[in-house]
Design a protein around this ligand. Structure first.
Ligand SMILES: C[S@@+](CC[C@H](N)C(=O)[O-])C[C@H]1O[C@@H](n2cnc3c(N)ncnc32)[C@H](O)[C@@H]1O
Length: 432
């Protein structure tokens, strides 16, 4: 299939390149995989979205689309499978909070926590180390990436959480918790992102309460910037984008702007693991497995025997060819670890899952709805090139969508193959 290619637009750049007005709210909590807000703005224009429309982001992550829509007065709905990211999307679109009262309340919490830490009081309800520091249960510790947080900062974080809990005021608690989630990975913990999550310099101590308080103060300053703009409805649902009708009304969506996972071995649950465990969104392995089942199978760490999404792409020759090429390359290279043996299946499950998503979504779309999917080529499975945008376009077309364009967003060079990997925006139209 030949696709019309859009103009090459230089719309790359992450959150740190943005002007203060742009950064407002987006920066409260976001992860490396967020797409830049100006990309959302560009596609709001490109898809002719107005304030009378409803925009859906079915893989909303930490809420970039929802926040940008709200800033522009456009109603929006998000779906996100990870409880931690879903919570972030919800809080980031809750703007009817009095900024100065939030600041005052956070100061009270900070004073309480600092007093407890100075007095050497561990957080009640948690086990303690032989040195008298509060810690997590063995089950929870097992979920954390090793060395992602040192003992003293962990102890202080548990005390701070106790203070947030004991000074509970439902008007501010969620913002206070999101502020903590935001500073936990790199401000308190030892993690670094580049773009995979890993452990950086291990620090023995961190000014936990101070770092947290200045984050909440920054959030309060952002809330001042968006004062009076809280009325536009925005809703984030925690669920599986392959079953959107569990959350959406028929013909309720006018436009979709989203960036789904790519088939690239990224484990989203690891990226948000530290804050998910500390904030209580994930308590043990059973819960981790349950969460993983809702995720698209975009990496071999969440492929299960009972998975059946691959059968949805049995009749897509080009996808079958990609899977066959991955398996042939594996055999040729003599790679036979458990993960490597699953590469070709993960690719099939990924595209099958996306097909289910596109198929089920049709009921939620108003006739004439337009959709923009930001996706990237991948070569992570033994360097076999997966042209994600092209293959998703084929799937969407087979389900009755019109493929309007595959815009080039940016290119990256695959280090191993020296081939160009395209990041693209697939633009579709649902004729109804
Ligand atoms: C590339 S990220 C989206 C980032 C988002 N644009 C942002 O600005 O934060 C893809 C997201 O899809 C979520 N996800 C994966 N499978 C999902 C599914 N089946 N249903 C809903 N969300 C899913 C992941 O947890 C991740 O947050």
């Amino acid at each position: 299939m030949r696709l019309p290619l859009g103009d090459i637009a230089d719309i790359s750049g992450g959150i740190n390149d943005l002007q203060p007005e742009d950064r407002a709210v987006h920066a409260w909590y976001n992860f490396v995989l967020s797409f830049p807000p100006h990309l959302v703005r560009e596609y709001i224009q490109r898809l002719d979205v107005t304030a009378r429309d409803t925009v859906l982001d079915p893989f909303c992550g930490t809420g970039t689309t929802l926040v940008e829509c709200k800033k522009l007065g456009i109603p929006s709905v998000g779906i996100e499978a990870l409880p931690m990211s879903h919570f972030a999307s919800e809080v980031k679109t809750t703007w009817d909070v009095d900024p100065s009262r939030l600041r005052d309340h956070a100061e009270k919490v900070a004073e309480d926590a600092s007093g407890r830490i100075a007095a050497g009081r561990p957080a009640p309800g948690h086990p303690t180390t032989p040195g008298g520091l509060g810690t997590l249960s063995p089950e929870k510790l097992k979920l954390l990436i090793k060395d992602s947080i040192s003992s003293l900062p962990l102890h202080k974080t548990l005390v701070l959480l106790t203070s947030i809990d004991e000074q509970l005021d439902p008007r501010y608690t969620d913002h206070e918790l999101l502020g903590l989630a935001s500073v936990l990975p790199t401000g308190i913990g030892n993690l670094r992102f580049g773009p995979e999550v890993g452990v950086g310099t291990i620090r023995d101590d961190a000014p936990v309460v101070e770092v947290w308080l200045s984050e909440v103060q920054r959030m309060a300053a952002d809330l001042e910037r968006v004062l009076g703009r809280s009325r536009t409805p925005s809703m984030a649902c925690c669920g599986d984008a392959r079953e959107p009708m569990k959350m959406l009304e028929p013909e309720s969506v006018d436009a979709v702007i989203t960036s789904p996972p790519y088939p690239n071995e990224k484990d989203y649950t690891r990226i948000v693991r530290l804050e998910s465990v500390l904030l209580g969104f994930m308590d043990d392995r059973t819960e981790l497995r349950r969460t993983k089942r809702w995720l698209l199978r975009s990496n071999t760490r969440n492929v299960y025997k009972a998975d059946e999404d691959d059968k949805f792409v049995e009749d897509h020759e080009s996808i079958q060819h990609v899977a066959e090429a991955i398996e042939a390359r594996r055999i040729e290279l003599g790679k036979d670890s458990g993960f490597e043996k699953m590469y070709h299946r993960a690719a099939l499950l990924y595209f099958g899952g996306m097909k289910r998503h596109f198929a089920e979504l049709r009921e939620a779309l108003r006739p004439g709805a337009r959709l923009a999917y930001v996706v990237g080529d991948q070569a992570s499975y033994l360097r076999v090139m997966i042209r994600t945008g092209q293959l998703l376009a084929e799937i969407a077309e087979s389900l009755g969508y019109d493929v309007e364009a595959l815009d080039l967003f940016r290119t990256r060079m695959a280090t191993a193959t020296r081939e160009q990997l395209r990041e693209e925006v697939l633009v579709l139209r649902w004729p109804g």
